[in-house]
Design a protein around this ligand. Structure first.
Ligand code: SF4
Ligand code: MG
Length: 321
């Protein structure tokens, strides 16, 4: 994906003028086969919009989403539909993704029939394989969505998404609606399936504990922009951007005292009210004059990471000098 931009019109107040809001503002991203890219940020950071843009569901107004090196076709065109089998998404609410009138095995079998992926006589076997791959029992095949738990429903959604052997899987808060006790199970299962099938996965979440568990690389978003991107190890061990530092320090590590905890202050990000300069400056403990007037660019710094912060860039420059 290159230079993705997406704006929405937002009306403020009853008679307010429509103001274009940049939900996603110039983002460059790449996900390789077999790799999981975590996208983190608070709500309002534009991560869900970005996820939809990667699949061509929300076309960018500027820039271009590419899939296997080719521009993403327009939504709902035959070219786009032909790619749909290869690109799948999993959202937060499995009940909304499933058809209440179909049994679990019918839902999972549907893509096999629609895309004519498996000849009819073999479909039942493939459905059974998929169910077992996501940890559903054979006796659950005839159940309807409302007869399953939330975790089982999300397993069924994942099995359905994997039925067409996707190359790209975009998961938007896939476990946020589930009981904390089963979140880890579903995340571990997703990670295993992604590795085994060499899928490129984009995993969107506000929950850093979950992302840490699954992502190879992490992009941190704030008000429609990436502020830091690095391998998961680097981001969690040595966050550089003040916003990443605050997010990471708010995640408790079992058996460790919170050291150097940075508390996020001020208003959460509001896309309709983007602060000047660095959008994070009203909440940033390091904000200086330059931060209010000049937008920091996302630049490569050490450890194969990129960061958008005047202070980070300055520190790097003094190390290099
Ligand atoms: Fe903070 Fe300034 Fe860096 Fe923005 S550019 S994160 S305000 S130090
Ligand atoms: Mg969201």
């Amino acid at each position: 994906a290159k230079g993705l931009v997406r704006t929405y019109e937002v009306r403020q107040g009853m008679f307010g003028r429509a103001t274009p809001v940049r939900a996603v503002d110039g983002i460059d991203l790449k996900v390789m086969p077999g790799e999981t890219l975590g996208i983190v940020g608070e709500s309002g950071s534009g991560k869900s919009t970005l996820g939809r843009m990667l699949l061509g569901i929300d076309p960018p107004q500027e820039g271009q989403a590419l899939f296997e090196g080719k521009p993403m076709p327009k939504l709902a065109t035959p070219e786009w539909r032909a790619l749909r089998a290869k690109m799948q998404f999993v959202y937060q609410d499995p009940l909304a993704a499933l058809d209440r009138r179909l049994t679990i095995s019918e839902q999972i079998g549907e893509p096999l029939a629609i895309h004519n992926l498996v000849p009819k006589p073999h479909r039942e076997t493939r459905v059974a394989e998929l169910m077992s791959a996501v940890g559903l029992r054979p006796d659950q095949a005839g159940r309807y969505p409302h007869e399953l738990s939330g975790g089982q429903r999300q397993r069924a959604v994942i099995a359905r998404a994997l039925a067409s052997r996707p190359k790209l899987l975009v998961c938007d808060e896939p476990v946020s609606a589930l009981d904390v006790s089963i979140q880890a199970q579903v995340v571990n299962m997703l990670r295993d399936l992604q590795e085994k099938n060499h899928i490129a996965m984009v995993f969107i979440s506000h929950d850093l504990k979950v992302v840490r568990n699954i992502a190879d690389r992490v992009a941190v978003m704030y008000l429609g922009r990436i502020v830091e991107e690095a391998s998961s190890d680097v981001i969690f061990k040595t966050p550089l951007h003040p916003y990443t530092k605050a997010l990471v320090s708010s995640v408790p590590v079992p058996g460790k005292l919170l050291q150097g905890r940075v508390i996020l202050q001020g208003e959460p990000p509001n896309p309709a009210n983007r602060p000047s300069g660095c959008a994070f400056h009203p909440r940033c403990p390091l904000a200086a004059d330059i931060c209010r007037t000049s937008v920091p660019q996302l630049l490569s710094v050490a450890d194969g990471r990129t960061a958008a912060c005047h202070m980070v860039t300055r520190a790097e420059a003094s190390v290099a000098a």
